[in-house]
Design a protein around this ligand. Structure first.
Ligand SMILES: C=C(O[C@@H]1C=C(C(=O)O)C=C[C@H]1O)C(=O)O
Length: 89
């Protein structure tokens, strides 16, 4: 695998770090999929009981939580998370 350097100690360290990055990426993928499934279940349950498709006050809370923790990128990330759960508007 290309570590991007010919220096053996640096290459070994980079490959080591990449193992953890790959684990984190897999956890993110799993969590993303779990969240989307749960969000879809909430939406289906609410619609089946005559409720609304979305609850914008709840979405605002989520957007604010991500913005507070991560700044502007957090807002973008939260928008993608919300879209994955309820589809495009
Ligand atoms: C999942 C829900 O339904 C929708 C999806 C949300 C989400 O993905 O977090 C939040 C609010 C709702 O618009 C919910 O109300 O909790």
């Amino acid at each position: 695998m290309d570590a991007g350097t010919r220096e053996p100690a640096a290459a070994a360290r980079i490959l080591d770090i990449r193992k953890r990055i790959d684990e984190i990426d897999q956890a993110l993928i799993d969590l993303w999929q779990e969240r989307a499934r749960l969000s879809q279940e909430v939406g289906a349950t609410r619609r089946a009981s005559g409720g609304t498709r979305l609850v914008l006050s709840r979405e605002r809370e989520i957007l604010e939580r991500f913005r507070t923790a991560l700044g502007a990128d957090g807002t973008q990330f939260a928008l993608l998370l919300l879209r994955a759960g309820r589809g495009p508007l």
